[in-house]
Write a protein that binds this ligand. Sequence first.
Ligand code: AMP
Length: 212
Amino acid sequence: MYIVLLGPPGAGKGTQAQRIAAATQLLHISTGDMFRENVKNETALGKLANQYMAKGELVPDEVTIKMLLERISRTDAKAGAMFDGFPRNVVQAEALDEALRGNGAKVDFALLISVRDAELMARLGGRWICRTCGKLYHEKNDPPKKHGICDACGGELYQREDDRPEVVASRLEKQKPPAALIEHYRKAGTLKEINGEQPLDAVTSALLEAIR
Ligand code: AMP
């Protein structure tokens, strides 16, 4: 089974993807995590991607698509995966469709997590991530037990460069799922919309219900 999670930055795609992966054993592929890993390791790809990420812009399609296609060509992705943060536009969606078609597969569900702009601004400002294991927290909605420390592994929590307030507004503007992308999956009959303003557990339940 292949699932794409769609939604604006701050809709909870990353958090929900971690929860669904844990509940379903589906492989979780996050292009944002892959880029951040490359930035951390100071690879050539990381240096290139960071020029865009730091400004809240999308990394060019050819770079992102190449990285994603390489990732899904590995054996662990043959049985299925859940994509978080990919595709961001129709060009990327078509590249994914074509690659999966080559394996006799397709995107089975496109789950759109909807949240209003004002709520997104508040959420993005309070987001913290574990430097060691990548677990996500939120100051207000989902805080760690000890400030600055990951509950799961004891790692140090940090704020993403692109979660700084001056970048957040422009990221929201530039990175909302475009109408044409939503339409792409609506036409394919795979789109399901979930209200992302419910409590975390209710969103997880609604997503799991949608793919059952
Ligand atoms: P995310 O963790 O999904 O919010 O992604 C963090 C940053 O990585 C984004 O702001 C983009 O700069 C870049 N990025 C992640 N996924 C994509 C994608 N599918 N296409 C282009 N850029 C991406």
